[in-house]
Design a protein around this ligand. Sequence first.
Ligand code: SF4
Length: 574
Amino acid sequence: MAPRRSRTPDPATDATAITVADAAPAAARPGPVPLQEKLADRDGFVAMVELVPWRGVLDDPGGKRARTMAEALATDPRVDALSVTDNAGGHPMASPEVLGRELLAAGSEVIVHVACRDRNRNEIASLGWRLASAGFRNVLCLSGDYPVEGYAGLARPVFDIDSVALLTMYSDLAAGRWPGEGAKGGHGATEAPSRPSFYLGAVVNNHKLLEAEVMTQYYKLAMKARAGARFIISQVGYDARKDDELLKWMRHAGIALPVVANAYLLTRGAARAFHSGRIPGCTVTDELLAVVEREGASPDKGKAYFIELAAKQTAIAKGLGYRGIYIGGAMSHEDVTRILDTAASYGPDDWRTFAREIQYAIPREFHFFEKDRATGLSSETVSRSYLRSKKRAARPPHVLRSPVAYTMNRMVHSTVFEPGTPGFELAGRMHERAEGMHLGKVLHVLEQAVKAPLYDCRDCGDCSLPDIAYLCPESQCAKNQRNGPCGGTHLGECEVPGKQCIWVRAYDRLKAWGETDGMLERPPALTDNALRRTSAWSNAFAGRDHIGKRIAAEEAARSEAVGGDDAAAEGRAG
Ligand code: SF4
């Protein structure tokens, strides 16, 4: 069965924050044409260039080099936007704001990356207001790569929230909403004083081996779109069929956002690092590495070949219907102009030949659509073997395909912990009575005695086990991802090596019951840290956890809608 369609806005008509200024004609306004406007142009094709900050201050040699290149790119009419990374790869660098401010002053359209790895939600909110005050508008929302180093030892990652929750937060800020009330109170404000005019972006990575990796990336993309993403950038990969599949899957799912393809300018060193799986989310297959090694042995170390490869990727992206190209890698301004000029020199149909040539898929890689034999790309026919596997999974007896422990978890949950069921009401009343008898602490100890050995529970008090097929994100996901996988999986393994990604495991568990389609069709889970070291059972029965709050919000929305209908009916009757 096809994934359920999710209604997502078209950025041309329904953006997070379209200001009056955006609606004005470009000619009447000084400065660059906003990225949002360029990406809304269905006939346009933008060029974005990624800039990686250096380690040190602006006047250091690294800073001077970055500024020189940035200044050249800022004045190049072929380049539409410059995108500044935020401690990419988990390496500490100068903040993207430092270079970003210089670029804004030089008149560039800037995309600033915000990663959740190094800051908690309050710092992320502060950063949002700081960025908006400085004039940044385009924000790429990321969970961030796991830290790989730090001052005098490895840095402790934060991951208080993830990319989906970050999109939700900045969308709320843009709408003037500030849901401040947590379990411990706080100001409880419902309105933020300002409405930053953000244009929010997100990343997707479908260059993955397993069905579980690809499909959860697609489901998370839909969730990001619902959470406020208004443009999408794809991750590093060298497979035109998969690039084609992404656009076709988005159409299939009803997601009408502009997508920008990735063209990373390889070097031999970068290709080896990507191939080893050390760089999260970047795929170079054995076959491509063999080509890179051969070309890299030439006198120019493969430079001409790598430039041409990126230029061909640019042409393919344009031919497939991407709204632009995102060029990354260690490069000079001259490299960027060579890529763009070479791409511009191709004939209108050359991309079709290149698309057959650049198909470095991982052997036995999952594809959502059947191959189109005529073009070598993706057809619009959903993979027959995928559909067959779903049909099999939809048929009982599910228990025979499922681990016993998982089946038991489902039974217990649906009997006692499923809100709205008689078992939940009864267990809630019993729990309340026990707490009234001052047995709350005893129950919490009992809860931990069960959950610590079964789930490696870390007593967060705001349990996501039912969201992730009874796998604990606190203990088993390096980045505490509660709203779908990060883009870092490598052949099904976590980007922090040594175990399978919990979202791959969750997908496989749900697949056995034919329940994968809806696994991320829910509002984002945002935990309340006030609940840490308190009983998750008690919080669930009292509606204090994220699931209880979600249900309360849904009920409030329903009664508001009914109230509105009643008022309208009364108005009509009157
Ligand atoms: S378990 Fe999966 S989602 Fe979590 S950090 Fe590892 S790869 Fe990312």
